[in-house]
Design a protein around this ligand. Structure first.
Ligand SMILES: [Zn+2]
Ligand SMILES: [Zn+2]
Ligand SMILES: [Zn+2]
Ligand SMILES: [Zn+2]
Ligand SMILES: [Zn+2]
Ligand SMILES: [Zn+2]
Length: 433
C-alpha cells in the first residue's frame, strides 16, 4: 500500500462499519491491511466495485473500488493501493472504561470518578457499575469506594458533613434511629442526632440552648432533648420561652436583674434574626416581652421585686449602653437589639404609667387585707405579708409571704386565703418564691 504515485495507485475505501475491531492507530491500520491485501489482489474490481471480506470473529470489512475502470488487470503483489477513506462504525458516545479495557464497546450510562480525569469522569456500564446504599452514585468495580479505614465501603453517608460524597464500612456507619435503611458516619450522626446533654439520656438533643450574652458570638447551643430542656418563660405562658441547658438554667438564679435583661434582649435578638431567615417557623415570639412580664421574671428567677419604673430603667440603661457601643462596633446583634428596644419603648412607658395607677389601687386593697388579718388575730401574718403587685385588669393582688408562713396564710384547703378573697372581692395570689 502506498499513497505516493497516485496515478498508478488503485483508490479504495474501507467500510469498517461491520468490523468489531476498528484500529485505533496507523499501526493498527497497517496490520489490518496486511490481512486484506492477499485477498484483494485476487479480485477483479470490474466484476463488482464493492466486495465484503469475512474476517471471522472480527466481523467483516468492505472494500470499495473507487475507480474500477482504471484498475490494472489483474492485480499483482506489486499493485499499489491507496486508501482514500474509512467508514467507521458509529461510536458509542459513552463507553464503559472497564469494557474498553477488555476490548469491547458497551454503552455506559453511569459515571465513575475513579476512571477518566478529574474534569471528565469515566464511564461504566450496567454490568460493571457498583452501587452502595444511600446514593445512586456509581463506580466501576475497580474503583469501588473504600471506607477511611481501608475496608470496602458499604454505604454513602448522607449527613451534613459527607453529603453522600463519602463511603463508609459497616463498622463506621451508624443507623438512623428511626429508619434502618438510612445510615450516617459517626460524625454526621452526632451532628444530626446529637445526644441530650443530660448524662445517660438516650434521647436526641433536638433543642439547642438559646442562652446568648450580648458580647457572645453565638448562643450556647448545647443540645437538650424535649424532656430535659428548661424553658425560661420570658414571653408569657402562651409562647415558648427560651430553651436553656441545665447549667444556664441554674445560672439564672444567681444572676442580677441587669444580666437577666441583657439575656432577654440577646435571646430575643437571636430569635428575631432566625425568624427572618425562616418565616415558616412562626410561633416563637421574636419581640421583647412587656415589662410587666419581666418584672415577674425577676421575682421568679432571682427573687428580686422591682417596681415597674426600676424595670423600665434597666431597659433604658441597656439601650443607652448599646447606643454608645453601636457607634463603635455596631454589630448585627447590637443593631437588632436597638431596633427591638425602640419598638418596645412605647409599651414600656404605657406599662409604667398603668402600673403607677393600679399600684395606688393595689396599695389600697393591700391595706384592707392587712386590716382583715389583724382583725382576725393573725398579727404575725399581717406583719410579714408584703405587697408585690396588683393587676387591675384581672383584679389580682400579688402578695409575698415568707416561706414558713405560707401554709398559715393559705389555710386548710385554702380556707384562709379564700375567705380573704371573698371579703375583699379580689383575687389574691402568692408570688412564687
Ligand atoms: Zn462495562
Ligand atoms: Zn472506575
Ligand atoms: Zn458523614
Ligand atoms: Zn471503616
Ligand atoms: Zn434528655
Ligand atoms: Zn446553655
Amino acid at each position: 500500500m502506498t499513497t505516493a504515485h497516485a496515478a498508478a495507485a488503485v483508490p479504495v475505501m474501507l467500510d469498517l462499519r461491520a468490523h468489531r475491531k476498528v484500529p485505533g492507530s496507523p499501526d493498527g491500520y497497517m496490520a489490518l491491511w496486511e490481512l486484506l491485501e492477499p485477498v484483494l489482489v485476487t479480485l477483479d474490481p470490474r466484476s463488482g466495485p464493492r466486495v465484503r471480506l469475512d474476517l471471522g470473529e472480527e466481523g467483516e470489512v468492505g472494500v470499495w473500488f473507487l475507480s474500477p475502470a482504471t484498475a490494472p488487470v489483474p492485480f499483482s503483489a506489486a499493485t499499489p493501493f491507496a486508501v482514500r477513506g474509512v467508514l467507521e462504525p458509529p461510536r458509542v458516545r459513552y463507553v464503559c472504561d472497564t469494557c474498553r479495557a477488555s476490548g469491547t464497546t458497551t454503552y455506559a450510562p453511569f459515571t465513575c470518578t475513579g476512571c477518566g480525569t478529574k474534569e471528565r469522569p469515566g464511564r461504566v456500564c450496567d454490568a460493571h457499575a457498583v452501587f452502595l446504599e444511600g446514593s445512586l452514585r456509581a463506580s466501576c468495580v475497580r474503583h469501588e469506594p473504600t471506607c477511611r479505614c481501608g475496608r470496602p465501603g458499604r454505604g454513602w453517608c448522607g449527613g451534613p458533613r459527607c453529603r453522600s460524597g463519602r463511603a463508609w464500612c459497616d463498622d463506621h456507619l451508624v443507623p438512623h434511629p428511626g429508619d434502618a435503611s438510612l445510615a450516617y458516619c459517626v460524625d454526621c450522626h452526632a451532628d444530626r442526632f446529637p445526644a441530650c446533654e443530660r448524662p445517660g439520656c438516650p434521647a436526641t438533643g433536638h433543642i439547642r440552648c438559646e442562652h446568648l450574652g450580648l458580647d457572645d458570638a453565638r448562643a450556647c447551643g448545647r443540645r437538650v432533648c424535649g424532656e430535659h430542656v428548661m424553658r425560661w418563660q420570658i414571653y408569657g405562658a402562651r409562647s415558648k420561652g427560651l430553651a436553656l441547658c441545665g447549667r444556664h438554667h441554674r445560672d439564672l438564679r444567681g444572676s442580677a436583674p441587669e444580666a437577666l435583661v441583657a439575656l432577654v434582649v440577646a435571646g430575643t435578638v437571636a430569635r428575631s434574626q432566625a425568624r427572618r431567615g425562616n418565616r415558616s417557623g412562626g410561633r416563637r415570639a421574636a419581640f421583647l416581652p412587656r415589662i410587666g412580664i419581666v418584672r415577674h421574671i425577676f421575682i421568679n428567677t432571682c427573687q428580686r421585686v422591682l417596681d415597674m419604673g426600676a424595670v423600665d430603667a434597666l431597659f433604658v440603661r441597656l439601650q443607652d449602653d448599646l447606643r454608645r457601643r453601636g457607634g463603635r462596633d455596631g454589630g448585627n446583634l447590637v443593631q437588632t437589639a436597638l431596633r427591638l428596644l425602640d419598638e418596645q419603648a412605647a409599651s414600656r412607658r404605657e406599662d409604667v404609667q398603668r402600673f403607677r395607677d393600679s399600684h395606688e389601687e393595689g396599695r389600697g386593697h393591700f391595706a384592707r387585707l392587712r386590716t382583715l388579718l389583724q382583725q382576725s388575730g393573725k398579727h404575725e401574718l399581717a406583719d410579714a405579708v408584703t405587697f408585690s403587685d396588683y393587676r387591675r385588669k384581672s383584679n389580682i393582688l400579688f402578695v409575698r409571704v415568707p416561706q414558713d408562713m405560707r401554709s398559715r396564710f393559705i389555710g386548710t384547703g385554702g380556707a384562709v386565703v379564700q375567705e380573704l378573697r371573698t371579703r375583699l372581692g379580689i383575687n389574691i395570689q402568692l408570688e412564687r418564691e
